[in-house]
Write a protein that binds this ligand. Structure first.
Ligand code: SAH
Length: 227
């Protein structure tokens, strides 16, 4: 491959970042998130989204839209990845639980920002592909397992933050329980097929729980545990 396609991807990535930053500003009044912090900007700027999509999708990798990743699932829209990442208020000391690994793109963005990530994916093929991609990128602070994220991951709890990238009909109580005091759970809540409500659930230092609606969003549904 010559310089052409690489330069093109770079230009597309810069354009996308500017679009995402603009959308964060434009929605700031509603979301309460007025600007992209420098670390989150850097994380978005350095994770190559084109490596998380199939070759057929590559031309669209830096468009500000969700893309299919197989099995009826999607890699989230970059603006939503940026917003959800900011809402977690990431810092380098944190351990995060992620539900819905999917392509591993959101995971890779978070891996640039926090100490450790435990990520749960329901569909084995997607989990395997994500493990392979992250390994190829030398990201080794992430542990992925196949399972139902609605139960959380007791063994590693409590978490400094939890991010759910599929829509839950209700906030899973296990996830609230597995949040540390001071921690945040970022989750789309609502019936599948409708617009959902992106929420931040904050557990304060005393363990009291507060919920804030941030933005209407559309996610694929969390697939319930068959057992
Ligand atoms: N964050 C992903 C987007 C994932 S789409 C990315 O950046 O690519 C939502 C993902 O949640 C899908 O991969 C889907 O298989 C997964 N999922 C659905 N129900 C789940 C459940 N109960 N537990 C864990 N993962 C689930």
């Amino acid at each position: 491959m010559g310089d052409g396609p690489v330069a093109e991807l770079e230009a597309a990535r810069r354009t996308l970042l500017n679009r995402v930053a603009a959308e964060i500003r434009e929605t700031g009044d509603v979301t309460g998130c007025l600007t992209l912090s420098e670390p989150v900007w850097q994380a978005l700027a350095t994770v190559p989204r084109h490596r998380f999509v199939a070759d057929q999708q590559r031309d669209w990798a830096y468009a500000n839209m969700p893309l299919p990743i197989g099995r009826g699932q999607t890699i989230s829209q970059p603006f939503i990845v940026a917003l959800m990442t900011e809402l977690l208020v990431p810092d380098p000391a944190m351990t995060i639980l992620e539900i819905g690994t999917g392509s591993g793109y959101q995971t890779a963005v978070l891996a640039r920002l926090v100490r450790r990530i435990h990520s749960i994916e329901r569909i084995p093929e997607l989990a395997e592909a994500a493990v392979r991609r992250l390994r190829e990128m030398d990201i080794n602070t992430v542990e992925i397992r196949v399972g139902d994220g609605g139960q959380g991951w007791e063994e590693h709890a409590p978490f400094d933050g939890i991010i759910v990238t599929a829509a839950a009909a209700e906030v899973p109580p296990a996830l609230v329980r597995q949040l540390k005091p001071g921690g945040r759970l970022v989750i789309p809540v609502g019936a599948p097929g409708h617009t959902q409500d992106l929420r931040v659930i904050h557990k304060d230092g005393q363990g009291a729980v507060f919920s804030r609606s941030v933005l209407p969003v559309v996610f694929v549904p969390l697939i319930p545990d068959p057992t």
